[in-house]
Structures are given as structure tokens and as C-alpha cells.
Ligand binder design. Sequence first.
Ligand code: CAA
Length: 257
Amino acid sequence: MTYEHILASKDGDVGIIQLNRPHVLNALNLKIIDELVAELERMDGDDSIRAILLTGNDKAFAAGADIAEMADEATVSMLLKDQFSVWDRIAKINKPIVAAVSGFVLGGGCELMMNCDIIVASETTRIGQPEIKLGVMPGAGGTQRLTKVVGKVKAMEMLLTGESITAQEALDFGLINRVVPVELYFEEALKLAKKIAEQPPIAVRLIKKTVGKALDVPLDEGMDYERNAFYLLFASEDKSEGMKAFIEKRKAKFTGR
Ligand code: CAA
């Protein structure tokens, strides 16, 4: 499948998606999000892919929603278009998404990054929710996901001033996993994605889903969900293989069954 604004490829078991509107710092117009969601869902259903890597370029992961596209919109047209509802499908992708980010990660770019599961950033990364400077506010999860991760006061500071934070600050706040030199962020993210791709796919899928629950439901409900997911894995061939391989002191061969 060829797209206008994204590049899709594969490295072993890892599906790679690159946002590709460099002339506008990967501003997220409607089409790029539609293409991204279509490719994520395609990769999610492709058995030969076990983890997904999402990236931009050294200068920008994404500098937010496309302002030029939104500038003439009004309330009713925005409501009817409901352009952010398609974003909900990103959160429903079953396979883990590793983000390799660098440069500007702003507005919708930050919201997109927060939909990923593991985030490797270059030292040049700047992360922020600058919508307030445009007279608006985040519309794709910025007030909700950011607050859940960094806590109320830091979220308030970022959202109310619109100022970005450095990769190191984001690391300190638990918003990202790693900061590495710009020459290495993609390789480092790919290495992580490949390591995840070696794990038993059903366990990977259930862990992703269950960790997601931790952010949404009360603890006892989350614990119940976890226990049931744990028991469910005992029906998988990968559980039998994983435990047998341990006892036989050999590397397990997981099939995703
Ligand atoms: N939408 C559309 N075009 C954008 C864009 C955006 N979000 N961000 C950058 N661009 C375009 C610029 O218009 C410019 O295009 P031209 O060359 O045709 O003029 C090109 O990308 C390069 O940008 P700059 O010349 O501005 O580059 P810079 O290095 O001087 O500044 C920047 C970089 C600080 C990121 C600046 O571009 C900027 O402030 N961008 C907007 C960031 C922003 O406000 N994002 C939030 C958008 S709203 C949103 O995301 C809502 C939501 O919740 C989903």
C-alpha cells in the first residue's frame, strides 16, 4: 500500500511507520492521520508483524495538528467533521507501538506520542502542548493523558503556558523512556521494538491491554482483569513452550498460538 504522507516498511518482525510531511514539520492534517490509522490497523492484523515503530524525522516527530487546515473551521464544521474521533482507533491498536521521537513533539504530536507504549527520544526533542498560544486547547487527549502521566501541577504548567519541556525533563517526569543522542534514537527504538517482537505475542497483547486498564479503572477492577488475563494465557501454546523451554534450559520458540 502506498500513501501520500507516511512511509511504511518492515525490519524483521517490526513494522515501521514514518510520518512524512517534513516541509511542515510533520503537521498532522486529516489525511496523514487517516493514513496512519489505516496502516496501524493493517499492521495490527498482519501476523508477520509483532511490534510497531512510529517515527518522524530528526527535526520533528510532529509539530501538532495542521493549523492551516483548521484556521477557517467553525464550531459546527468541527463538530460535524469530528476529526479527533479517528484518534481513538490509535489507542485500540493491540500491538505495542514504540515511538522514536526527535525535534518538535508539539500539540497533536505530543498527543500522538502519548498514544505510544514506549518512547525513545533524541536529546534535541522538545515536548509541549502549545495550543493555548493559538487561543484553543488540546483536543486529542492532551489534558487527560498528560495529566495522568506527569501529574496535575506539571500538566497545568505545560498546558497553561504552552511552553515545551526538554527530553531530559520529560524523562524525569516519566513521560518518555529514554533519551539518547540524535544519531541513536531510531536505532535504540528499533532495538527495543525487536526485543518486544521476540516475546510471546499473546502475552504481549494482554500485557498492553491490561496496563491500559490500570489508567482507566479502579484498582480492584484492574486486579480482576489482570488475573483473568493471566489465567487466559494458560490456554496458550506459548505458555507451554515458554515453561517447557525454561525447564529444558533452551530458548523458547514462540508461535503466537
Ligand atoms: N500546522 C501547520 N503548519 C505548520 C505547523 C502546524 N502545526 N507547524 C509548523 N508548520 C509549518 C510552518 O507554517 C512552516 O511552513 P512554511 O515554511 O510554509 O512557512 C514550516 O512548517 C516550518 O515551520 P517554522 O518556519 O515555523 O519553523 P520554526 O523552526 O521557526 O518553528 C515551531 C518551529 C516552533 C514548531 C513552529 O513551527 C510552531 O510553533 N508550530 C506550531 C506548533 C503548534 O502550535 N502546534 C499545536 C497545533 S494545534 C493542535 O495540535 C491541536 C490538538 O490538540 C490536536
